[in-house]
Ligand binder design. Structure first.
Ligand SMILES: Nc1ncnc2c1ncn2[C@@H]1O[C@H](COP(=O)(O)OP(=O)(O)OP(=O)(O)O)[C@@H](O)[C@H]1O
Ligand SMILES: [Mg+2]
Length: 282
């Protein structure tokens, strides 16, 4: 199989760098990652069974564990800036300007009382982007996730799950973040809509050089989009490598178990090309 994305340019500095990260809750180690680098345009997927520590890892990478009784050691930098030991102000800045989290239930994370337009404008304003620049960024972001501008007039309850997820991604794009961290972004969606959302992430990598860290329990899905896969079990990394290696050459019994649980691993579905006008009618 030929790779769909070029090999990473190792001369480009990594956007995310994890070293010896370990997270404990109540004295129990729940997640650890010795080493991870994600460069512009790359997608690294983290897979593993429920409770294996995937979400904890992603939250640690975004500095979102602060406030919970977690103990964290090691280091995580995003675009060269320390995340684990940054104060709240720095973290807010990093989260809004360099990295954004896309969650499983987009509608749940959008304020139901606010039209989507108000919501995205407020987020941008919080990060100092307003007026003509905000309008321009919003238009560009909606186009890049194939949503019509008309959607800005709607409330979260008036859009489909797939549209809400693409809108959540559009917010990240409008903020011009460099990294999207996505935690099971498609598990609440049906299969064709999953392919659309994955297609959007894929295009953002190619067109804007966005880096994606994708957490999922769905090995078949991530194998269509990721460059590298990290396999976690019981809070530890048990396997990792490029997709071809993990799928076809892995010697890890746990990875083999995960692969055997997938009925068929199929190549990436091309994202359906749907004109923006048609999208408006959906
Ligand atoms: N705030 C918390 N306090 C105590 N324990 C926690 C907390 N958050 C997570 N854990 C524990 O850490 C472990 C890893 O949880 P995590 O949510 O990272 O798993 P996961 O791989 O994302 O699972 P899933 O696929 O179900 O989302 C679990 O045993 C969980 O119970
Ligand atoms: Mg999780």
């Amino acid at each position: 199989m030929t790779p769909t994305t070029p090999l990473p340019d190792l001369s480009v500095p990594e956007l995310v760098e994890v070293r010896d990260l370990t997270v404990w809750y109540g004295g129990r180690q729940v997640s650890s990652m010795p080493r991870l680098e994600v460069r512009p345009g790359e997608c690294v997927a983290v897979v593993g069974e429920s409770g294996s520590g995937k979400s904890t890892l992603l939250r640690a990478m975004l500095g979102l564990l602060s406030g919970t009784p977690a103990v964290t050691t090691g280091s995580v930098t995003v675009d060269g800036r320390d995340v684990l030991f940054a104060d709240e102000r720095e973290l807010r800045d990093i989260r809004g300007s360099r990295v954004a989290l896309v969650m499983q239930s987009p509608q749940g994370s959008l304020n139901p009382t606010m039209r989507l337009g108000t919501l995205i404008r407020r987020v941008l304003k919080r990060h100092g982007v307003r007026g003509a620049e905000a309008r321009e960024r919003i238009a560009g972001a909606l186009a890049s996730v194939r949503l019509p501008e008309e959607i800005l007039r709607r409330y979260p309850s008036e859009v489909s799950g797939g549209q809400a997820q693409r809108f959540a991604i559009a917010v990240a794009v409008a903020l011009e973040v460099a990294v999207i961290a996505a935690d099971e972004p498609t598990s609440a969606l049906d299969v064709t809509v999953q392919a659309e959302v994955i297609g959007v992430l894929q295009r953002l990598r190619e067109e804007r050089g966005l880096a994606v860290v994708l957490v999922s329990h769905d090995l078949a899905l991530v194998s269509t989009v990721a460059d590298r896969i990290v396999v976690m079990k019981d809070g530890e990394v048990v396997d990792e490598g490029d997709v071809e290696h993990v799928l076809h050459e892995s010697e890890s019994p746990y990875t083999r178990e995960l692969i055997d649980a997938v009925p068929v691993i199929r190549p990436a579905d091309p994202e359906p090309e749907r004109p923006v006008e048609e999208e408006a009618a959906r």
